[in-house]
Write a protein that binds this ligand. Structure first.
Ligand code: ADP
Ligand code: ADP
Length: 226
């Protein structure tokens, strides 16, 4: 039951003498409920890969299928819709809206997607509970700890029941114990939603908790063992 499939993906930035061939035939398959850690040195192409999987960038060539949908031939408008409904993003810095409380932050992507306020709030409460921060619903980001902020960001990423969650260094600024809590919350969510997840991370302890570890070597995906 494949959720994400990349086939022979190439990404080249620039042209001629200055061209940078970041991806050179990358293949990757992710199934439902699967968490894949992406571990590679800086500059190897992790962000590029996440942006391509997240439909934020089009590859130079190759196929990217999300939940059975072939995205290469879609128009930008359709890609935006697919992104909004199928993909959730978590970043190292949560990018929560400071003037809104936790519940409102989680509800925002649902409102944008056209979900009504009442239904959105019910879903948001449920997600905050699942993340173990239900009691923080009315707190603004500045009133939350780093780990709590990151759990709100994960709840927000999951708000529209995405098929795929893409996390770029989601625990980059957290201490080890807090990282563990955040990862546990994220993995429970992935299982529960039967989604798929790619976590780009330099944290080897966290990577080892994933179902699988992959790397990028010379523009291709390789299985990785830590
Ligand atoms: P990582 O996330 O693993 O550090 P990136 O995907 O950010 O790697 O970058 C891989 C390479 O591609 C780097 O050499 C970077 O400078 C280059 N690169 C990334 N995005 C662009 C872009 N939009 N234009 C030109 N070069 C880029
Ligand atoms: P649009 O602005 O085209 O309507 P959305 O607001 O639907 O796109 O964006 C969907 C998701 O993609 C959001 O979680 C947003 O944070 C993320 N996103 C959009 N553009 C970028 C970008 N350039 N870099 C990183 N994330 C982005």
């Amino acid at each position: 039951d494949t959720l994400l499939s990349l086939r022979d993906v190439h990404q080249t930035y620039g042209d001629g003498e200055g061209a940078v061939h970041v991806l050179r035939g990358a293949d990757l398959t992710i199934g439902r409920g699967e968490i894949v850690a992406l571990v590679a040195p800086s500059g190897a192409g992790k962000s590029t890969l996440l942006h391509i999987c997240g439909l934020l960038e089009r590859p130079t060539s190759g196929e990217v299928d999300i939940a059975g949908e072939r995205t290469a031939r879609l128009a930008d408008r359709q890609r935006t819709l697919l992104r909004r409904h199928r993909i959730g993003y978590v970043y190292q810095f949560h990018h929560l809206l400071p003037e809104f409380d936790a519940l409102e932050n989680v509800s925002m992507p649902q409102l944008i997607a056209g979900v009504g306020t009442a239904a959105g709030n019910t879903r948001s409460r449920e997600l905050l509970e699942m993340m173990g921060i239900g009691h923080r619903a009315t707190h603004r980001p500045a009133e939350l700890s780093g780990g709590e902020q990151q759990r709100v960001a994960i709840a927000r990423a999951a708000a529209n029941r995405p098929s795929l969650i893409l996390a770029d260094e989601p625990t980059g600024n957290l201490d080890p114990a807090t990282s563990d809590t955040v990862f546990a919350a994220l993995s429970e969510l992935i299982r529960q939603q039967n989604a798929g997840c790619i976590i780009a991370t330099h944290n080897h302890d966290l990577a080892r908790k994933a179902d699988r570890i992959v790397s990028i070597v010379e523009g291709r995906m390789t299985d990785h063992i830590l």
